[in-house]
Design a protein around this ligand. Structure first.
Ligand SMILES: *Cc1c(COP(=O)(O)O)cnc(C)c1O
Length: 379
């Protein structure tokens, strides 16, 4: 099955009860048993729910994995991965990281005795020098948020395999439409399904997808034991979102390219971060491991300071000033004060998240309207 068919049919069967084409929303916490243990595979909805199961099967299918797990948020999914570890274990993570992930690592898990090394991974070979006997996991995000750096998944996977480590990839920005990390050697794919997977800014959800059965069993155990699952209503919405993922992503990419080029040629714009540019430092890797460059763009205006960046954002009319990304509507954000406020200013600026940086999540509206909106806000 090809990707555009998998989004609609992958891992799906018609509901056994009445043949419903879409899985019903099984809004139930529990399931009748005929005798203790005499059930139809479902006992309690923290452990299993048929609507969530349908979503998890779809997630596994579109990421070319064998097992999918859905959680109450992206961070809950990351939390489950780190719970594979024990005190004393070490993690090598990208430094250019979603702010909430950084906060979870440093403010929660460091207190439990897990050590994190945050490093730039534009050159994958750097990773190897941080591996020691305690290293258990490599955590990467690519393209990174919000600097749109690209990490060579295949090269990092070689290092993780050589040292018998797990490699987890946050695939939120790319989605499986553009990039399939399991095919490139990763062990775990993670999503904030809140973003492109759901695609309509109407839910908060996380996902993990793996190939290996033993690893899947450990994660299912954590999912049930820690209990950060998503409900059936949200599972239904995410599943509906996935059915149009391919056509939404196609338009996000088209609009993203047009806007990236518009900004790049604008006399008032200093720098545009988008992996589709040939002069992007890791453009060749992006071209190699991605099927397109997506609709996430960051930029800095010339001589720009905090105030003028804020003014542009406030003047946008079609782009909505909001946290989050990946919905059908275009959003603009100010990473330094919003998504990345939880990273100390000094750390933040080291990775390029300056006060004047603006991040766009380009939606699927008519691109002429989006460009006109940017034009009037920048002027
Ligand atoms: C939003 C986001 C997360 C966190 O997901 P939530 O669903 O908000 O918990 C993690 N990684 C990336 C890249 C994100 O954009």
């Amino acid at each position: 099955m090809k990707f555009n068919t998998k989004t609609i049919h992958g891992g799906q069967e018609h509901d056994p009860a009445y043949g419903a084409v879409m899985p019903p929303i099984y809004q139930t916490s529990t399931y009748a048993q005929t005798t203790p243990g005499g059930h139809k595979g479902f006992e309690y909805s923290r452990t299993h729910n048929p609507t969530r199961k349908a979503l998890e099967n779809s997630l596994a299918s579109i990421e070319n994995g064998n097992f999918g797990l859905a959680f109450g948020s992206g961070l809950a999914a990351i939390d489950a991965v780190i719970k594979l570890l024990k005190p004393g274990d070490e993690v090598i993570s990208t430094s250019d990281l979603y702010g909430g992930t950084y906060r979870l690592f440093t403010k929660i898990f460091e207190d439990f005795g897990i050590k994190f090394h945050f490093i730039g991974m534009d050159n994958a070979n750097k990773v190897a020098s941080y591996v020691n006997d305690n290293t258990k996991l490599i955590w990467i995000e690519t393209p990174t948020n919000p600097m749109m750096n690209i990490i060579d998944i295949k090269a990092v996977a070689e290092i993780s395999k050589k040292h018998n480590l797990l490699l987890a990839v946050d695939n939120t920005f790319a989605t499986p439409y553009l990039q399939r990390p399991l095919d490139l050697g990763a062990d775990i794919v993670m999503h904030s399904a809140t973003k492109y997977i759901g695609g309509h800014s109407d839910l908060v959800m996380g996902a993990l997808i793996v190939k290996n059965e033993e690893l899947a069993k450990k994660l299912y155990f954590i999912q049930n034991a820690s209990g950060a699952v998503c409900g059936p209503q949200d599972s239904f919405l995410a599943l509906r979102g996935i059915k149009t993922l391919h056509i939404r992503m196609q338009r996000h990419c088209e609009n993203g390219e047009a806007i990236a080029n518009y900004l790049k040629n604008h006399p008032k714009i200093e720098k545009v971060y988008w992996p589709g540019f040939e002069d992007h430092p890791n453009h060749d890797i992006a071209k190699d491991q991605m099927d397109g460059f997506g609709g996430m763009i960051s930029f800095v205006t010339k001589g720009s300071d905090y105030d003028s960046a804020i003014k542009i954002i406030e003047n946008l009319k079609i782009f909505t000033l909001a946290e989050s990304l990946g919905g059908v509507e275009s959003l603009a954000g100010h990473p330094a004060s919003m998504t990345h406020a939880s990273i100390p200013k000094k750390e933040r600026e080291k990775t390029g998240v300056v006060d004047s940086l603006i991040r766009l999540s380009v939606g699927i509206e008519d691109v002429d309207d989006l460009i006109a909106d940017l034009e009037q806000a920048i002027e």
